[in-house]
Design a protein around this ligand. Sequence first.
Ligand SMILES: Cc1cc2nc3c(=O)[nH]c(=O)nc-3n(C[C@H](O)[C@H](O)[C@H](O)COP(=O)(O)OP(=O)(O)OC[C@H]3O[C@@H](n4cnc5c(N)ncnc54)[C@H](O)[C@@H]3O)c2cc1C
Length: 415
Amino acid sequence: METRQCCIAGGGPAGLMLGYLLARAGVQVTVLEKHADFLRDFRGDTIHPSTLNILADLGLLERFLALPHQEVSELTGEVYGEVVTMADFRHLPAARPFLVLVPQWDFLDFIADEARKLPTFTLRLGAKVVDVLQEAGRVTGVQVQEGERSYAIGAALVVGADGRHTTVREAAGLPSVDTGAPIDVLWFRLPRSASDPARTGGIIQPGAMLVTLNRESYWQCAFVIPKGSLADLQAQGLAAFRERVAGTAPFLRDAVGTLHGWDDIKLLSVQISHLPHWWREGLLCIGDAAHAMSPVGGVGINLAIQDAVAAANLLAAPLRAGRLTSAHLQAVQRRRAWPARVTQRVQVAVQNEVLSPVLARSQQPSGVPLPVTLMQRLPLLRRLTARMIGIGVRPERVLHPDGEPARLQDRPTRM
Ligand SMILES: Cc1cc2nc3c(=O)[nH]c(=O)nc-3n(C[C@H](O)[C@H](O)[C@H](O)COP(=O)(O)OP(=O)(O)OC[C@H]3O[C@@H](n4cnc5c(N)ncnc54)[C@H](O)[C@@H]3O)c2cc1C
């Protein structure tokens, strides 16, 4: 049986970044991704300043920023007809104080290409982890299905970075606690015309919230609906749905005609959950597999990457030396569970106190809500929101395999 020092299930942001960092530290690592490529459309597209800091640590920032992308210095939204600035990133202590919008497949291809340059890194696409191998209560590897071929890989450490519908967590029997979420998202594309506004942002109207991501030739749209209400929408018919979208964002009135059927519209089920225990002997879960994030704030990718950085900082040396113990895995959970839970609590508050009331409202209110007015009047509040979204709680930096900071070049300067 093939054996590796580390075997990672899932080539999403968490799995690929961890694979890259471990290989960079000389650990033999294989990443198994069940899809044949990264070209899937139902992924978030935001790379936040915290992740740009990490790319700067790795000396990859300039090359990353050479990819086609957009830089967003402030987040604006339209709330009941008024344009409001929600977050101002310009003052963040970051290598680049802006949010980068880049299709997630470009980001994943970029990390995968960098990782492939490292001799101890292997990426297998189209390779699905179907089970974990266990011996005397310890996880010792994974069972993989690749096309017609079924094979096992032994590993000192198996990492479940296989997202919210994780097979690894299930197979290892780690229980998950579901917090629930009152919303789902409908995800679809509409053509973008030259006269459309340029900005990426959210539009809130009574009973509706629409996020439009500017991808130059088209809009990637996310329409927020109450959880489980898609069947009701479908019963009202596609024409009624098109009218709701056009009523929320009038500049899309012509474009909605390109929605020809419900097959053009994907349902993304929103879930918030966490594992009380991220690890077992020989196994660790990170990213959405350990804490499924809501899309609120668009912070899930960045938290997944922060988990990967913390895991690499704590595990690379013991993995390389063949002296990994459960105490090392416990240390990863101790470091990352708190930021994940704090962020989820903020997401729950926004879902319950902002999004659900908006979706339940049928009439135009007399004015904009108080938090929005405060946001307009108090620049500090806009900076705080930017800090929460852009940097988050307990940000990580890449350490040298021997524990020193990775590079000094491009380090952030403080305000
Ligand atoms: C509607 C919606 C919109 C969102 N928008 C944003 C946003 O704009 N910005 C943001 O930061 N976050 C966003 N998020 C959250 C974000 O998508 C996740 O938090 C983030 O992708 C988690 O990264 P991950 O690597 O842990 O998992 P994932 O991105 O889910 O990656 C897991 C990978 O594992 C693979 N995999 C699964 N099972 C197996 C298996 N058995 N074997 C091998 N491979 C497997 C999958 O194919 C996938 O590639 C959004 C979430 C939702 C629901």
